[in-house]
Ligand binder design. Structure first.
Ligand code: SAM
Ligand code: SF4
Length: 327
């Protein structure tokens, strides 16, 4: 028998994206409404012990990869401590973090020491005014965060850029050159209709096959891979160290190889980014569930994992914002 968590479609689940908060110090227009305040109440947040317990259960069920995300994970107190506790779990082989980098300058060294091995940083524009228009925040802090992360020893650092027609699609070449110059990996992402914000932003949807064709006119692109088994399809840029990944949930979805589930800050286990199937773990934890029963509950939840998202067929389906699920 195959070990670990296998869903009804034969997919092995070995990756948890762990949202440590639904709050954020930015307001990217495609993710969270500018005046949004309807956050989860703090007494509903899983505390660090509860999070560690759930991740331990997952790791004993064969999940070796964990990513800290949010909301903005660095807005929650104690994240470097949490990272150290999770990295110390025997089954956790790969601990990574997704951040907007606004507070990264302060935390980079501690996160690296804590055992975070890989870092993804969102960066949608290199123009300070445009960056501000997209996110509401200062680009310069992100750039300082990125240098602190390089200095702390993170490698590779992946830059995630949501490419939107008429918003920042004129910057893809500039972003390629920036990543070549700094030794970062670059990933382009298609806009997803998550929540009202994501649906509105999807007016700017750009099929990344178009971006790839455009880049091929300027750079020699060779087939490439990155270890990790994520959803990006990679190319290498000849004559450089740069790898570019294309994350195409809309134009070429990758549900058949989905290996992940998402744990929200309130203990809701989401089985798919684009569907409502979920299981509430918080009531079980707070009712004193045993470790064995917790693992059983996780196994039962995996049995609910749907086959695929329906962002294209039913773009109005997902009402929660990306920041609530743990993007
Ligand atoms: N705050 C962190 C950050 O921005 O990296 C982590 C959480 S954020 C929700 C994770 C990723 O989701 C970011 O790369 C962001 O650009 C992406 N994202 C948010 N809303 C999206 C949408 N509607 N479509 C595509 N990507 C989205
Ligand atoms: Fe915050 Fe990340 Fe959403 Fe931007 S994408 S609003 S940084 S959670």
């Amino acid at each position: 028998m195959r070990r670990g968590l296998i869903d009804p479609f034969g997919r092995r689940i070995d990756y948890v994206r762990l949202s440590v908060t639904d709050r954020c110090d930015l307001r990217c227009f495609y993710c969270m409404p500018p005046d949004f305040h309807d956050f989860e109440a703090p007494d509903h947040w899983l505390d660090l012990d509860e999070i560690e317990r759930v991740i331990r259960a997952f790791s004993e069920l064969g999940v070796g990869r964990v990513r800290l995300t949010g909301g903005e994970p660095l807005t929650r107190r104690g994240v470097p401590e949490l990272a150290a506790r999770l990295a110390a779990l025997p089954g956790v082989e790969d601990l990574s973090l997704s951040t907007n980098a606004i507070q990264l300058e302060r935390h980079a060294a501690a996160l690296h020491r804590a055992g975070v091995s890989r870092l993804n940083v969102s960066l949608d524009s290199l123009d300070p005014q445009r960056f501000k228009a997209i996110t509401g925040g200062p680009l310069e802090k992100v750039l300082r965060g990125l240098s602190a992360a390089s200095q702390a020893g993170f490698s590779p650092i992946k830059i995630n850029m949501v490419v939107m027609r008429g918003v920042n699609d004129d910057e893809v070449e500039a972003m390629v050159d920036f990543c070549i110059a700094h030794g970062f990996t670059l990933r382009f992402i298609e806009t997803m209709p998550m929540g009202e914000t994501g649906r509105e932003a999807s007016e700017h949807f750009l099929d990344l096959r178009e971006v790839k064709a455009r880049l091929a006119q300027r750079y020699r692109l060779l087939p490439g891979v990155m270890p990790g088994g994520g959803p990006a399809r990679y190319v290498r840029v000849a004559g450089t160290e740069l790898r570019i990944g294309f994350i195409t949930p809309i134009s070429q979805h990758f549900c058949a190889s989905c290996n992940r589930v998402r744990l929200a800050v309130d203990g809701t286990l989401h089985l798919c980014l684009g569907q409502e199937h979920s299981t509430e773990l918080r009531p079980l934890l707070r009712a004193g569930i045993s470790d064995a029963a917790l693992k059983e509950a996780i196994q039962q939840a995996i049995a609910l994992k749907p086959e695929k998202h329906e962002f294209r067929e039913q773009p109005g389906q997902v009402v929660r914002f990306m920041s609530m699920t743990g993007g």
